[in-house]
Design a protein around this ligand. Structure first.
Ligand code: SF4
Length: 356
């Protein structure tokens, strides 16, 4: 009988999945399963060791091996689930772009494709830049006209550095008309194109004396007839000095932001100005350019616009993808093309204003 009982115990062990050596096979299987589970392998090995050591009967071994197998399978299953979760999270993370993160941070909705609604957008921009104004120092229309002519290809800061001496020496059109350009050059030679500017200043002063009794005319057509005065300079003077602009001043900031907000798809200042004149109520023609210029200097820079902190990022169709919108095309220099987009920040406090 003892022999028969050994055989039946052996069979039971085989039925439990053991081979010729139930103890080794059970241990081997549990170890193999534990390997599949990878991370929790150590935990899986522990029951396998138990199966090895105090073997009293093959039945016990088989039972323990079964238990180890079950534990290892459970762990393997758990590890699988964990791995799936991790893969899913990793996938989600890899699909999250910086732009999307930025949106999440600001709770901004998905980017609209329609132009920003003018009234709401302009109201928000005005609130963001309540101090928007012309930053050229002046005390009268004549000084503003002179300062605006000087601001082509120069910063407002630099212009404000030379005008005190200029206005002290030639306080009005009559005084400036009586001098020679070479005299003026010596006072403004810190500015770009100072020779041409000195010539224009003396020429426009003589034009004012000859044709307007020394006063600054109040119409666009009369202003643009003066040397060195273009449509943009004329509208700065008409808007700031007289509160009666005949158009909208479109500098590089106004041009870029108008395009980014979807207010114009044109690419030249003249055509963009026409679009703005249709969109913006006439009484806001002067203010809109100051507000957009301040917005361009402070937030909506040509490179790296700060869309995250922009007050109109919900309305702006270019939000978080604006870097290439409204940029000037690369210009050739010395026959070789420029590597990056050119011409940012003109008219800002720290960068030159383009010619009017
Ligand atoms: S900063 Fe961004 S969101 Fe704001 S106007 Fe410029 S492009 Fe649009």
């Amino acid at each position: 009988m003892p022999a028969r009982s050994k055989v039946s115990e052996s069979k039971t062990a085989r039925g439990a999945g053991a081979g010729t050596s139930p103890r080794r096979t059970a241990a081997a299987r549990s170890t193999a399963t534990a390997k599949k589970a990878k991370t929790p392998a150590k935990t899986a090995r522990a029951p396998a060791k138990t199966a090895k050591t105090p073997v009293k009967t093959t039945k016990n071994v088989a039972k323990k091996a079964k238990g180890a197998l079950g534990g290892a399978e459970a762990i393997a299953e758990e590890a699988k689930t964990g791995a799936k979760k991790a893969t899913s999270s990793a996938g989600k993370a890899s699909r999250t772009t910086p732009e999307a993160s930025a949106r999440d941070r600001t709770s901004a909705p998905s980017a609209p494709t329609a132009p920003a609604p003018f009234e709401e957008t302009f109201r928000k921009l005005r609130e963001a830049h309540p101090d928007a104004h012309c930053e050229l120092d002046h005390e009268n229309p004549f000084q503003l006209l002179v300062a605006t002519v000087l601001s082509a290809q120069s910063t407002d800061v630099m212009v404000n550095q030379v005008t005190p001496a200029l206005f002290a020496r030639w306080p009005d059109a009559a005084a400036l008309a009586a001098t020679e350009p070479e005299e003026v050059e010596q006072v403004i030679n810190r500015l770009g194109m100072y020779r041409q500017k000195a010539k224009n200043l003396v020429g426009l002063a003589r034009g004012l004396v000859t044709n307007h009794g020394g006063a600054v005319p109040r119409s666009l057509s009369e202003l643009v007839a003066l040397p060195g005065v273009g449509r943009k300079t004329a509208n700065v003077v008409l808007g700031v000095a007289f509160g009666a602009p005949e158009g909208v001043v479109v500098d590089t900031h106004v041009q870029r932001i108008t395009q980014r907000l979807g207010w114009s798809s044109e690419t030249t200042p003249d055509k963009i100005e026409q679009d703005l004149m249709k969109l913006v109520p006439r009484e806001q023609w002067d203010l809109v350019s100051h507000v957009l210029i301040f917005h361009g200097r402070r937030i909506c820079a040509a490179r790296k616009p700060a869309c995250v902190s922009c007050p109109v990022n919900r309305e702006c169709p270019s939000a978080f993808q604006a870097e290439q919108v409204g940029r000037k095309p690369p210009r050739a220099r010395n026959g070789s093309p420029r590597r990056g987009p050119a011409g940012q920040n003109a008219t800002s406090r720290g960068t030159p204003r383009p010619p009017s």
